[in-house]
Design a protein around this ligand. Structure first.
Ligand code: SF4
Length: 358
């Protein structure tokens, strides 16, 4: 996804798509410097499809940068600074992105990096000590500028050398958003994105889905995490069943398919595309049939037809090129104990992690 732009830039900016990252980039661009936004994409965040919109609406140039594997490795090795409220490893997240971005400076012949943090804005990753730690661990002390709160921080080499005019940077501090909205209005932005830019690691339900996966699989892949994010998730022991709620979900399920997966699709009625992914054990015929009955119950027309006529519903089971049909009665009263991941498991999992570390 590193769609290299063949051009030299003065700076590279971490661009989440949140308002602060856009304003930080524009603040430096206002000084006549050229800036390229790096939009990091992982299984947990990233909206690369918005890049053309950002260019049109905010006047910024952005490329998508895929760090799925590095990011998942960081999560699986255990973030050194722990997690926020849910599964968000904000400090290590920033370290991972900045460590990667600093390596790109040479590629774009850029002099420095930009990040849209504001001191004191977020409890975990934007305390002053956290900002210092991020800078130190990512080894970016001499090349990182935080334009939104620069005047609250010691001068950087870019300011000292005159490359960047410190006077034109900001001195924002804390959780207030007044200055951000004022500057957004100054630029004429009519679409104001959320501050953080969207990250499902900060959501209770997102965290529960990923923790459920982590409980059953020691080293899930980026593809596993991407699948865990989609549609409906059901687990029965280590049997992992995913299916779409919408046509868009079904397309995402399809995009995640691997050769060892079996799909389930109701025949003759509209219904979700489901995938049975082997984790710790193979799926036997009974488990497949049970999952098919559950999936068929989410096809309203199939369910009503079965209720009205007493007839079974045909579900196609496919693995690679091989397929066969089975007949089931749509049911949510199943043989296996299918349950959806609940946010409560996140706290318990984090507590176990802490105890294991002691
Ligand atoms: S909210 Fe998500 S994307 Fe933002 S710093 Fe935290 S982990 Fe990273």
């Amino acid at each position: 996804m590193n769609n290299t732009v063949n051009k030299k830039y003065d700076a590279l900016a971490l661009l989440s798509g949140g308002l602060d990252s856009i304003l930080a980039m524009r603040t430096v661009m206002d000084q006549g410097l050229s800036v390229l936004g790096l939009h990091y994409v992982t299984p947990f965040f990233g909206k690369a499809h918005l890049i053309p919109f950002w260019k049109d609406h905010y006047g910024i140039e952005v490329v998508a940068v895929d760090i799925c594997q590095q990011y998942v490795d960081m999560m699986l090795d255990g973030p050194s600074q722990g997690y926020g409220k849910w599964l968000n490893p904000c400090i290590d997240c920033k370290i991972t992105m900045l460590s990667h971005a600093v390596e790109l400076l040479t590629e774009y012949e850029a002099e420095f990096l930009i990040s849209g943090e504001v001191v004191g804005q977020r409890p975990m990753s934007q305390r002053e000590d956290a900002l210092n730690l991020i800078t130190k661990r990512a080894v970016v002390r001499d090349v990182l500028l935080r334009p939104l709160c620069a005047k609250k921080l010691p001068s950087t080499p870019m300011e000292a050398s005159g490359l960047v005019d410190r006077e034109k940077l900001h001195d924002w501090y804390g959780r207030g958003r007044k200055e951000q909205y004022k500057l957004a209005a100054h630029y004429g932005f009519t679409e104001i994105p959320t501050p953080a830019g969207g990250c499902c690691l900060t959501e209770a339900n997102g965290a529960a889905r990923f923790v459920q996966l982590l409980i059953h699989k020691t080293r899930p892949t980026p593809n596993d995490f991407a699948l865990a994010r989609v549609g409906r998730q059901y687990w029965a022991g280590s049997h992992w069943l995913t299916f779409g709620r919408t046509a868009a979900d079904n397309a995402q399920v399809e995009a995640c398919l691997q050769s060892s997966d079996s799909t389930l699709k109701v025949q003759g009625f509209p219904g979700p595309l489901a995938v049975c992914r082997p984790v710790a054990e193979e799926w036997d015929a009974k488990a497949i049939e049970d999952a098919a009955a559950l999936v068929a119950s989410y096809s309203t027309k199939a369910r009503k037809h079965a209720e009205k006529t007493g007839e079974h519903i045909t579900v196609r089971v496919q693995c690679g090129e091989e397929w066969h049909d089975i007949n089931v009665m749509p049911s949510r009263d199943n043989l296996l104990d299918w349950t959806e991941p609940k946010p409560e498991i996140v706290k318990a999992w984090k507590k176990d992690l802490l105890e294991a570390d002691r």
